[in-house]
Design a protein around this ligand. Structure first.
Ligand code: GDP
Length: 336
């Protein structure tokens, strides 16, 4: 029988990929979005805008969440969130509302109105304390920015509801995930778009970046969407890390992207005075601005996805180089 699923935050990066995959595997896909009036550039790009049923939902509307939960979906993938660390530093209370309160509304509604629905909660690598070692599902927690605080609370709340009320709830602990559907509040899309512009327009100014020494564990968002879907098909609910297990700096990402577009990146100077020039033309490609630094930008964290591989049979198709190549080839489609 066709399964009816709901994806909160369906017009986001991972929600869009997940919607496409679930449609392809024969699901009746519904989704929530803050603004259903204007078409989503991501859903339009994937050609699925017309194939899904959209419901308008404001993250703080508890009664609308209960009304949706009472429709008894087979599965709910809860991806709607304030997802940018930078925005969370600017709007902490809005982040609490979007990430803790909204998730708790969903959990409560599930318990009261639809206890057989399987529920996926999108958690984040930001919930972990930094470590020299690969992080696992049981590694110690530490939150150092408002986004991390809210994701840790929502992760714990989901576990409490799973254990207290015997609900089928999965936390997917997602490390950085990128794609051609990323928006340029995130450094990967910002870099790719900037270098594409530099390669197309000789008058384009160099891009300003923040902490290029920061390291992240990068994966492809479409790979994560497959793992997320699989996590609710397993016979028991659990928590799973999705990650590549490898760290790369923002500078490495920049250099690989610059090379893809035909530049030969060369860095000189240090700290706030560092600049990157193209070795063959001497043209400046990047500089550093204090504006893009964060108050706390901790050392990189890398995750061990062995549990998802062993139990869910998940395996990523993209690596660091192919993510950059894919974003460079197919990105630049963001319209709003
Ligand atoms: P996050 O890992 O979810 O916070 O993803 P981001 O893409 O926002 O940031 C990744 C890393 O890139 C962080 O360590 C940022 O400090 C660093 N970074 C360096 N320059 C920039 C920039 O210009 N914009 C953003 N968003 N991050 C930058």
């Amino acid at each position: 029988m066709t399964q009816r699923v709901l994806i909160t935050g369906i017009s986001g990066q991972t929600g869009s990929f997940l919607a496409k995959q679930l449609l392809e595997s024969g699901h009746d896909v519904h989704g929530t979005s803050r603004s259903i009036g204007k078409p989503s550039w991501r859903l339009s790009h994937l050609g699925i805008q017309e194939n899904i049923t959209l419901h308008a939902l404001s993250p703080d509307d508890g009664s609308a969440i209960r009304a949706l939960a009472s429709k008894q979906y087979d599965k709910i993938f809860h991806l709607a969130a304030e997802s940018s660390v930078a925005s969370s530093l600017q709007y902490p209370s809005r982040t609490v509302e979007a990430n803790i309160l909204q998730t708790t509304h969903w959990l409560e509604a599930l318990r009261d109105l639809s206890a057989q629905t399987r529920f996926f909660n999108a958690a984040s690598s930001e919930i972990f304390a930094p470590s020299e070692n690969l992080l696992t599902e049981t590694s110690p927690h530490l939150a150092t920015n408002p986004y991390a605080v809210t994701k840790l609370a929502a992760n714990n709340m989901a576990q409490v509801f799973r254990d207290s009320f015997e609900l089928f709830i999965v936390n997917g602990i997602l490390f950085n995930h990128e794609s051609e559907l990323r928006d340029d509040r995130f450094v990967t899309a910002k870099i790719i778009n900037a270098i594409r512009d530099l390669s197309q327009d000789p008058n384009e100014a160099a891009v300003q970046l923040g902490n290029i020494a920061a390291q992240r564990d990068f994966s492809y968002a479409g790979d994560f969407a497959r793992g997320i879907a699989a996590s609710l098909d397993h016979d028991a609910p659990d928590d799973y890390i999705f990650a590549s297990g490898q760290l790369h700096s923002i500078q490495e990402f920049f250099d690989a992207a610059a090379r893809y577009f035909g530049f030969t990146p060369h860095w000189s100077g240090g700290g706030l005075d560092a600049i990157c020039t193209d070795k063959s033309s001497g043209r400046q490609l990047a500089s550093i601005s204090e504006k893009f630094f964060r108050p706390i930008d901790e050392a990189g964290k890398s995750g061990n996805a062995q549990k998802a591989k062993d139990i869910l049979g998940w395996s990523p198709k993209y690596n660091f180089e192919s993510i950059i190549e894919h974003m460079a080839k197919y990105g630049g489609i963001q319209t709003a």
